[in-house]
Design a protein around this ligand. Structure first.
Ligand code: AMP
Ligand code: ZN
Length: 495
């Protein structure tokens, strides 16, 4: 029986399965297990793909905070069986690239996985403990499919193996639909060999131009849904705690995962808490190539938007609500973060002082901050609490603020702080005379303010604004960074 732990933070999560917020009680607090559907690795991740990464990274960090860093297993897969990957590999082969089709397919997946790691690292997402690739688990998928056939939940037809949805009476329970509703609402692939139009593919035949594996049903490849059922079973067991993904995956992908796993492992629970993030939009519109508002995480990084700023924008909206990416939010995130990092920097937060605070046991998180976050990942509320905590006046007093930034993944390496605060690197990149002119202007502004000569202080401010210089005042100290419209030529007259 689960022991009531009063010393442990209670996490609450909205469980799609029950449609309500539930207290999270793991099967084994020594090994909390979470599976999240990962990307199909055919191209760069777009900004929407970053949403589940950040949402479940925050949950992973919170679980580690509550249960201990070594007591969580977070699995996120790579789907590397996909027609778009094949198409790129085939096009490269036709263009004269060396290697077999299998090698070129693996090359394309490796390349895309490398990009994915770079881009998600830049967003401050910790790598999951395990990142299985579907192609490494095809043998286990074949075993699971054969078992489903033997149990009467799947059947072979024309080289395909299909799951018989009518063999599983709870089919549709997660999204609350009946099979008839689903047939009416979904664009199902009609095929003469299907017994029920909703029956879905577990295995399909491959042509010579497609990757294939030997199986009892001939050379072929697995369907998408069986990947997650097989990999979660192999790595986390027949029953585990949390299953996550975007809510576009609820139906059919997650319904199908449940049907496969429940029938393959009767008596087990499969995933106990289903957590779904809502979709991302751009300036109020669905992100799509045809609307011209489609962009990747890399596009934004290349434009100079910091990963921390993107992350901060995501954290501003609850994961269960649709969120909008706007330029205004980006600018606001950048301003808030710069201010926060400067507060920490100007109060002497360094790698050494953080280490000293941690070893002296003075790195406690704020109970209210954790409590808010643990209430169904209220990241917006947690940020509001950080605004309050950021008002402390000493490094030690700021420790709960800094520890909160760590829990939200807004800083991992304290050696990065000077660069994040804009007091390093960015300012070094401008020519010496520019720094000297701006320092002179800031000194003039300070003297004018001290003398209550506000007309002069305003004049200086206008000159700085016109040149696109952003000034931040923290604890009586002014610092500056080149803003997005920075133009040093506007300062030339002051040389
Ligand atoms: P995919 O590579 O398309 O299978 O998607 C990978 C992950 O990104 C899945 O968890 C999707 O639910 C999620 N995803 C895709 N588009 C969006 C979007 N616009 N907003 C939020 N999540 C998305
Ligand atoms: Zn999945």
């Amino acid at each position: 029986m689960a022991r009531l732990r009063t010393d442990m933070t209670t996490i609450r999560l909205h469980n799609t399965k029950s449609r309500r917020k539930e207290e999270f009680i793991p099967l084994d607090p020594k090994n909390v297990r979470m599976y999240v559907c990962g990307p199909t690795v055919y191209d760069r991740a777009h900004l929407g793909n970053a949403r589940p990464v950040i949402v479940f990274d925050v949950l992973n960090r919170l679980l580690r905070h509550v249960y201990g860093a070594d007591h969580v297993t977070y699995v996120r897969n790579f789907t590397d069986v996909d027609d778009k990957i094949n198409a790129t590999a085939l096009a490269r082969q036709k263009a004269g690239a060396a290697g077999s089709l299998e090698e070129l397919i693996a090359q394309r997946s490796d390349e895309t996985i490398g990009w994915y790691h770079d881009d998600m690292d830049a967003l401050g997402a910790l790598r999951p403990d395990l990142e299985p690739r579907a192609t490494d688990f095809v043998g286990q998928m074949v075993v699971m499919i054969a078992d489903l056939v033997a149990k009467g939940n799947a059947y072979e037809a024309e080289g395909h193996v299909l799951f018989a949805v009518e063999s599983y009476s709870d089919y549709g329970a997660l999204s609350g639909r009946s099979i008839d509703d689903m047939i009416a609402g979904a664009r199902v692939e009609v095929a003469p060999y299907k017994r029920n139009p909703m029956d879905f593919v577990l295995w399909k035949p491959s042509s010579d131009a497609q990757p294939g594996w030997d199986s009892p049903w001939g050379r072929g490849r697995p369907g998408w849904h069986i990947e997650c059922s097989a990999m979660s079973y192999e790595l986390l067991g027949a029953s585990f705690d949390i299953h996550g993904g975007g809510n576009d995956l609820q139906f059919p992908h997650h319904e199908n995962e449940i049907a496969q796993s429940a029938c393959a492992h009767p008596g087990a629970e499969f995933a106990r808490y289903w957590v779904h993030n809502e979709m991302l939009q751009v300036e109020g519109k669905k992100m799509s190539k045809s609307l011209g508002n489609f962009f990747t995480v890399r596009d934004l990084l290349d434009q100079g938007v910091a990963g921390e700023a993107m992350r901060f924008v995501f954290l501003g909206t609850h994961y269960g609500k649709p969120m909008d990416w706007t330029e205004a939010k980006r600018a606001e995130a950048e301003a808030t973060l710069r201010k926060w990092y400067q507060v920490l920097h100007s109060h002497g937060m360094t790698v050494e002082s953080v280490k000293a605070l941690k070893s002296a046991g003075k790195w406690a998180t704020d109970a209210e901050f954790i409590g808010v976050l643990a209430n169904d990942l209220n990241t917006h509320g947690a940020i509001a609490r950080l605004h309050v905590l950021s008002k402390a006046h000493t490094a030690e007093g700021l420790a709960p603020f800094a520890a909160g930034l760590e829990v939200l993944g807004l800083i991992d390496d304290w050696a990065d702080l000077p660069a994040l605060a804009g007091v390093d690197g960015v300012v070094d990149a401008v020519e010496d005379w520019v720094g000297a002119v701006i320092a002179g202007l800031l000194a003039k502004r300070q003297a004018a303010r001290a003398a209550k000569d506000f007309a002069t202080a305003d004049e200086v401010r206008d000159v700085l604004n016109a040149a696109g210089v952003q000034v931040t005042d923290v604890a009586g100290q002014a610092s500056w960074q080149p803003g997005p419209d920075f133009d040093a030529s506007k300062l030339e007259g002051l040389k």
